[in-house]
Design a protein around this ligand. Structure first.
Ligand SMILES: *[C@@H]1O[C@H](CO)[C@@H](O)[C@H](O)[C@H]1NC(C)=O
Ligand SMILES: *[C@@H]1O[C@H](CO)[C@@H](O)[C@H](O)[C@H]1NC(C)=O
Ligand SMILES: *[C@@H]1O[C@H](CO)[C@@H](O)[C@H](O)[C@H]1NC(C)=O
Length: 214
């Protein structure tokens, strides 16, 4: 039963169904970990960790009449190491939980029917954190009587980055706007018509002004 509900939640939240809206980006489950799964850090980089437990009052993901679970925990550990409470791990005092709420439409049908879903949220923020040891870290948020949201973070050592040995300088021909567009489309992943990454020359500051008359 629980699995059926989870599966339904996952399907409803999946972007493949164009008529549905997201409750919160990067949070398909009711427990949210930000930064989310697959985040990369540089060792020593400062970041904030925010966790949320969301309780929709109605709709397909309805939980406990919209009452949030106040008994949640967040644990973190280096790969293979025992997970410990985040506050302990980062040597902080446990931040106070805060609450807020929002409403959203689950899908176009709900929007047409003017039937929003109210969502109550309990959250904690851990600020100015740093991970100094390179490697992978597991983060596990436990809530709603044993549900879990997991994230794996990768911390890279800046010093490990390889230095360039050679520089190849291209003087481009065939760089009219249409050719550049073709290169962008072929060379880079697009989602909904948007490039997910840039050509090197698109990253150069001030390049945009030359693009129209090349
Ligand atoms: C809180 O959650 C933990 C596990 O997530 C569980 O062991 C404990 O019994 C819960 N406490 C209450 C008061 O529900
Ligand atoms: C939602 O939040 C507002 C304050 O931002 C509060 O006044 C209201 O009672 C909350 N609603 C629910 C259902 O908790
Ligand atoms: C959820 O409940 C609210 C009343 O609190 C109602 O206005 C809304 O239409 C309901 N939404 C759905 C999707 O049932």
């Amino acid at each position: 039963m629980v699995y059926a509900a989870l599966l339904l939640g996952a399907l409803v939240a999946a972007p493949a169904f164009g008529q549905t809206f997201r409750r919160t980006a990067a949070c398909p489950q009711l427990g949210c970990v930000f930064p989310p799964d697959q985040t990369d850090f540089i060792a020593g980089q400062t970041f904030d960790l925010r966790i949320e437990v969301q309780a929709p009052a109605n709709g397909s993901e309805a939980y406990n009449n919209g009452q949030v679970d106040e008994n949640f925990s967040i644990k973190i550990g280096g790969q293979g190491a025992e997970l410990v409470d985040a506050a302990q791990f980062f040597g902080l005092s446990d931040p106070e939980a805060e609450k807020y709420n929002f409403t959203y439409y689950e899908d176009l049908f709900a929007e047409d029917a003017h039937a929003p879903t109210p969502v109550n949220v309990i959250a904690k923020s851990y600020r100015n954190l740093q991970l100094h040891t390179p490697g992978t870290y597991e983060v596990v948020l436990t809530y709603n009587n044993g549900e879990t949201t997991k994230a794996t973070w990768t911390v890279a050592d800046l010093a490990e980055k390889k230095k360039a040995k050679n520089v190849i300088f291209f003087v481009g021909d065939g760089m009219a706007g249409s050719m550049l567009s073709a290169a962008r489309l072929l060379g880079h992943k697009t989602i909904n018509g948007k490039y997910q990454s840039k050509l090197k020359l698109d990253e150069a500051p001030g390049y945009g002004s030359q693009m129209t008359h090349s």
